[in-house]
Design a protein. Structure first.
Length: 116
């Protein structure tokens, strides 16, 4: 299967998980297009000042890979700066959030929520 960018669904979520601004999610593949155990395979774009609020994952884990920009990442209460090429994972039972605190430029990341 090949899927062009024009075929990918884009969702805009306001104040996602209690965060600031609007988060844009591009679903690379929809759940019915693959057989693996995942809830999300996509890219997430956060404009300057936007964020995804702190939340816990249960019976799933989320992987982020930074494609563009600089992220302020909350890893179980510890703040880390992630840059292009960095990755992180939030395992089941853990808490995380992510923000674009930069004055200019979008934060773009690949996200996969893996379920079990």
């Amino acid at each position: 299967m090949i899927k062009s960018k024009a075929e990918m669904k884009i969702e805009n979520r306001e104040n996602m998980r209690g965060g600031d601004g609007v988060v844009s999610i591009c679903n690379i593949l929809e759940k019915d297009e693959y057989k693996g155990a995942a809830r999300l395979l996509g890219t997430i774009t956060l404009a300057p000042g936007c964020s995804i609020g702190a939340h816990v994952h249960e019976n799933e884990e989320e992987v982020f890979y930074i494609i563009e920009g600089t992220a302020t990442y909350n890893d179980n209460g510890k703040t880390e700066i992630l840059r292009k090429g960095d990755s992180c994972i939030c395992l089941s039972g853990e808490t995380h959030s992510i923000a674009n605190k930069e004055a200019e430029g979008d934060l773009v990341l690949f996200a996969a929520i893996l379920t079990y």
